[in-house]
Design a protein around this ligand. Structure first.
Ligand code: 7PM
Length: 291
């Protein structure tokens, strides 16, 4: 189905993508309900990460909520203060493969120095200096499709041709830019960006047609966990979206996704592993029939 590399070097970690992997979301944004104390935050992150890893996450994705639709930009000092101590803790205490949700060149550099293994930029390295910074780290980068900025992207998402064609064109142009800047294809992952500048119909169509992104020849990462495409379809609140999310993860894996970014790791590992067992049998029997 994909001819993308099976093993990705992520700093000192090797990530085997010959089968689908689960990326666990660790949010480090202080919310208004906690007292926000720095020790409490690091302690919360440690407990949460321990659970994600025990449940089978291959990667921990550390991010503020600066990327949420409608969110305000977070100043660099604040982003750094939230993210770096958590990355250091995850690397030192758990030897975890850590990805960081950031678009900021300074933080990209610092995350790599702190032992991070993957850059997850929802802005696809478009910020001035971000691509050069990422190239220097030698780390893999996930390029995600979005139009505009999180603050404004949901205003009136519109695609002249189909959403999947525009997403594929955008991502292949970003891949070309990366290669020109010294980031080889072997270091790139692609993400269609579910929920980013997309209506419910766009998201459903994009999932249906996602397999066409495999023609770009790079591993696909998807994030649909708890998103509004589930809420709108099922009429479920954020904390009631797990069954819908499992259905979406399975459908994404069937279409070639190799990393599924989720909040609920244990149930997703089972869903994805079950789907993978079925897909493997398909691959085996198709090989047999053609011989
Ligand atoms: C509120 C709404 C908070 C949405 C957070 C979000 C993706 C990502 C995010 C994704 C990649 C979330 C999003 N989504 N990175 N970061 N792919 N690569 O649901 O789909 O976590 S933020």
């Amino acid at each position: 189905m994909t001819d993308s590399p099976a093993v990705l070097r992520c700093g000192k970690h090797l990530l085997d993508l010959s089968r689908p992997r689960v990326m666990g979301i660790l949010n480090v944004t202080p919310d208004s309900f906690s007292d926000g104390g720095r020790h409490n935050q690091l302690d919360d992150a440690r407990r949460h990460a321990e659970r994600l890893l025990k449940e089978g996450a291959a990667i921990i994705d550390v991010g503020g909520e600066s990327t949420r639709p409608g969110a305000e930009a977070v100043p660099l000092d604040q982003e750094r203060e939230r993210v770096l101590p958590v990355v250091e803790m995850l690397v030192q205490e758990f030897d975890a493969l850590v990805s960081v949700d950031t678009s900021t060149p300074e933080l990209i550099t610092e995350v790599a120095a702190a032992g991070g293994g993957l850059i997850n930029d929802v802005r696809s390295l478009v910020r001035p200096g971000a691509m050069q910074a990422a190239a220097m780290t030698g780390l893999p980068v996930c390029l995600m499709h979005m139009l505009g900025e999180p603050q404004t992207m949901q205003a009136a998402p519109h695609y002249d041709r189909s959403v999947e064609i525009e997403v594929a064109d955008f991502l292949s142009a970003r891949v070309a830019e990366c290669e020109a800047a010294g980031i080889p294809r072997s270091r790139l992952l692609l993400d269609p960006g579910f929920g980013f500048a997309k209506t419910l119909e766009h998201n459903l169509e994009l999932l249906n047609r996602m397999a066409m992104l495999n023609t770009l020849g790079l591993p696909l990462l998807v994030g649909m966990s708890r998103k509004s495409m589930i809420g709108k379809t099922l009429g479920r609140a954020v904390d009631e979206r797990l069954p819908g999310g499992l259905a979406l993860s399975v459908m994404a894996v069937e279409r070639g996704a190799r990393i599924v970014r989720v909040h609920d790791v244990a149930p997703t590992v089972d869903a994805v592993d079950m789907a993978w067992a079925v897909l493997q049998e398909r691959a085996v029997s198709e090989r047999g029939e053609h011989e």
